[in-house]
Design a protein around this ligand. Sequence first.
Ligand SMILES: Cc1cc2nc3c(=O)[nH]c(=O)nc-3n(C[C@H](O)[C@H](O)[C@H](O)COP(=O)(O)OP(=O)(O)OC[C@H]3O[C@@H](n4cnc5c(N)ncnc54)[C@H](O)[C@@H]3O)c2cc1C
Length: 397
Amino acid sequence: MAEKVDVVVIGAGAIGCSIAYYLAKEGIKVALLERESFGSGSTAHATGFISLLGTEFTPGPSFQFGLDSYHAFPKLVEELESATGMDLLYQRRPSLRLALEESEEKLIKEMMVWQQEHVAMHWITAAEVHELEPRLTPSLIGAVYEDESAQLDSYRLNLALGAAAEKLGTQTINRKVTGLISEGNRITGVHTDGEDVLCDTVVVSAGLWSPEFQKDLNFPIPVGALKGERVLLKYAGDPLQVLISSPKRGHMISRLDGFLSVGSTGGRDYDQDQLYQGEDMDRVTTETARLEIMQRAIDVFPDLENAELVEQLAGSRPLSPDRVPIIGPVPGKEGVVLATGHTTKGIHLAPATAQVVTEYIQGGCKQVPSSIDLFLPARFADLTNADFQSAGLEVDE
Ligand SMILES: Cc1cc2nc3c(=O)[nH]c(=O)nc-3n(C[C@H](O)[C@H](O)[C@H](O)COP(=O)(O)OP(=O)(O)OC[C@H]3O[C@@H](n4cnc5c(N)ncnc54)[C@H](O)[C@@H]3O)c2cc1C
């Protein structure tokens, strides 16, 4: 039997590693259990776009959570880079969300009505877009220009969080958690494919594999898989100075390592047949996705016809039925917290998630922070059949 720890965190993705790091900073003794390796789940596939503009945030606490997390990044990145010596390829840049069709213009302008109250942004005409970036397609209607957006390398973030947590005393154990140990209604540790690990609190942050623990908890953890593919291109021209996205054509971002990230498939404008609805990660890249991503990219930035494909990535996102993360205690159980189902926003929301989970655990798991009322697992108490198909078609990218 391993030594008892304060907290067991299941899963070393962006969510699990940030929780381990935030807990360790408070002097809490953590065991981080991972069945494969750091970043082997969804996190390594993510673009690392930290943007407030999509449809994933709704007015009120949802947007506030996104904003708080966005604001946490500069300090977090500085801390991690100084603790680990790694470069997270973090860039703070304005972004342009482009409308190429009237439906996109309508969607963007409707959202601006309430988003403008929280973040500086304004609508610019096609001519103004071309002043900023003349290489974009002439057939643009316009764009929203927004100042608060960023991007980093999500895999490097994952590794740096894990390494920094270890430096602060977190013990990484490369084992699969095979079940939760209970005493009455209290979870007291985990079984693994090796020794058991005992603890005061278990955090389930196993991404799209989190449903494996619903039986032990006798409570639904509805997380499905939503496949996404993207590509990295080598483009000889100057890098884009703004982070670009559009509701129907995804993102286009010049990364700090010189590659251009373009994608991603999955969600609102992607062929329903391609929407992966399995229980596991789909890492298979497809020609259909590559052709579609390239066509969409060339529609926005015609000179990409001359770009060279460097890498194609495929992975799945941990999709929740309402596309909103699942964070907080499980009704009727003690000693367990869920932090999963972050869908398309798990990188962006990692710091804010870690902050609230740490606050809750530090307070003896007595008071749930009001900022996560919207995310509580209790909303799924009566769920029998989650509709992942509809949920998947609603996400932005
Ligand atoms: C193509 C694509 C683009 C994306 N772009 C963005 C983006 O730009 N911005 C953004 O914010 N998000 C983006 N996302 C979403 C983001 O990747 C996810 O929301 C996020 O990575 C989820 O992190 P996680 O830690 O919950 O899950 P994961 O990264 O999947 O980590 C879960 C970990 O748990 C481990 N695990 C599972 N079961 C067990 C077990 N029984 N025992 C021990 N370990 C276990 C797994 O091995 C894995 O390492 C994108 C996703 C994709 C696929």
